[in-house]
Write a protein that binds this ligand. Structure first.
Ligand code: G6P
Length: 372
């Protein structure tokens, strides 16, 4: 009903506006000074994280993209080899699992049948299971050895938005916690990351201020047939998620690519006028990723692409080659995805709205897929 939407035209619009709180609420109580506090993990046993040798995250849809972001950080911080697998692929291929494998399921609803079956399969094979879930008491957390809840609040719109930010937040907490237990990150660096983490809700709020500009852009692009998304490192799953949002609610063909793959195929798709979102990492942190992505931008621009760059505000290297620049505040590289995804969510909803579509109930999709 209109009252439940709290004045918003759709649940999805309301839920995007709740992106900042989703991060804040998932962090709340779990950071104390320079330490991550996750009593939720006690159920796995004392020192559990010192004894594991692999993390496998199983998920579907948007949850799988959050997991893809998460494994970059978990592996970097804790040095535990970590991978993501689509739940429906995982359980039909006889994966190697031992009691030293932690199988993490990521699910907003906690009811996705493929993910639930993957959890049951992992348990039968002797792995420990940890559920990261947004819905208290759902089936997946009930059947798992431990649960870390995301606190994004109820998500009603079929396409997931605020839960995605909460999922990344929870995985980062897990990664920092594992690093803390294993001693793989020095305390000073952890403190720095945790301090910055707590500024993210406010920075996400700042990014939401770009809505009017993106609305203009979307109105203008209402007849677009195809949109491409490029990213590297943690920007790569953000490219995939941006494309998924557009498919789901605007019914526009969209593909996300790892920017390094361009020359291995996708660049053949670039023709004059082809819109391409590029997720650009901050130039301040490293001297490898940023120049690489700038040269990717030059390559597609030279072939006529319309470049829509999401980059750190004031990134002068991008300006000469981008048709549109969406600036986000500076942050640590691992927190950039939490900012970069927001304009992509906004773009999808604005484009779907420009086409007159029902953004909360896209055709053929369900909020929670409880059949295999
Ligand atoms: C459905 C929804 C997606 C969601 C996916 C996984 O396909 O439409 O938005 O990402 O299920 O859902 P879960 O509840 O397991 O996160």
């Amino acid at each position: 009903s209109a009252a439940e939407k709290g004045g918003w035209p759709s649940f999805m619009a309301k839920e995007i506006d709740e992106d900042p709180e989703a991060v804040a609420n998932t962090l709340r109580g779990r950071v104390q000074h320079d330490t991550v506090v996750l009593p939720d993990l006690d159920a796995l046993g004392d020192d559990y994280f010192t004894g594991i040798d692999r993390v496998v995250i199983v998920a579907c849809g948007t949850a799988a993209y959050s997991a893809q972001v998460g494994v970059y950080a978990i592996e970097e911080w804790s040095r535990i080899p970590s991978v993501v697998e689509l739940a429906h692929e995982f359980r039909y291929r006889n994966p190697v699992l031992t009691e030293r494998t932690l199988v993490v399921s990521m699910s907003q609803s906690g009811e996705t049948m493929d993910t639930l079956m993957a959890v049951r399969y992992a348990k039968e094979r002797g792995a420990k299971t940890l559920s990261i879930c947004n819905t208290q008491g759902a089936t997946i957390p009930r059947e798992s050895d431990a649960v870390v809840y995301t606190h994004a609040g109820p998500e009603v719109a079929v396409a997931s938005t605020k839960a995605f930010l909460a999922q990344i937040t929870a995985l980062y907490l897990l990664g920092l916690y594992a690093a803390q237990v294993r001693g793989t990150l020095d305390a000073e660096r952890r403190a720095e990351l945790l301090t910055e983490f707590q500024t993210i809700p406010e920075k996400v709020r700042t990014v939401l201020d770009v809505r009017p500009r993106i609305r203009e852009l979307a109105n203008w692009m209402a007849d677009t047939r195809s949109v491409l998304y490029l990213g590297r490192n943690v920007g790569y799953p953000i490219a995939l998620e941006g494309a998924l949002k557009l498919k789901e609610i605007a019914y526009i063909h969209a593909e996300g690519f790892a920017a390094g793959e361009l020359k291995h195929g996708p660049i053949a798709l670039i023709e004059p006028g082809q819109p391409v979102f590029v997720i650009v990492p901050s130039p301040r942190h490293d001297d490898t990723l940023h120049p690489k992505i700038v040269s990717n931008i030059q390559e597609i621009r030279a072939r006529g692409a319309r470049v829509l760059a999401i980059c750190e505000a004031g990134d002068a290297a991008v300006l000469p080659y981008a048709d549109e620049v969406i600036g986000v505040p500076p942050t640590e590289p691992f927190f950039e995805p939490l900012l970069a995804v927001v304009p992509l969510q906004v773009f999808a909803i604005e484009l779907a709205t420009a086409k007159g579509l029902d953004v909360d109930q896209p055709r053929n999709l369900a909020k929670s897929v409880t059949v295999e």
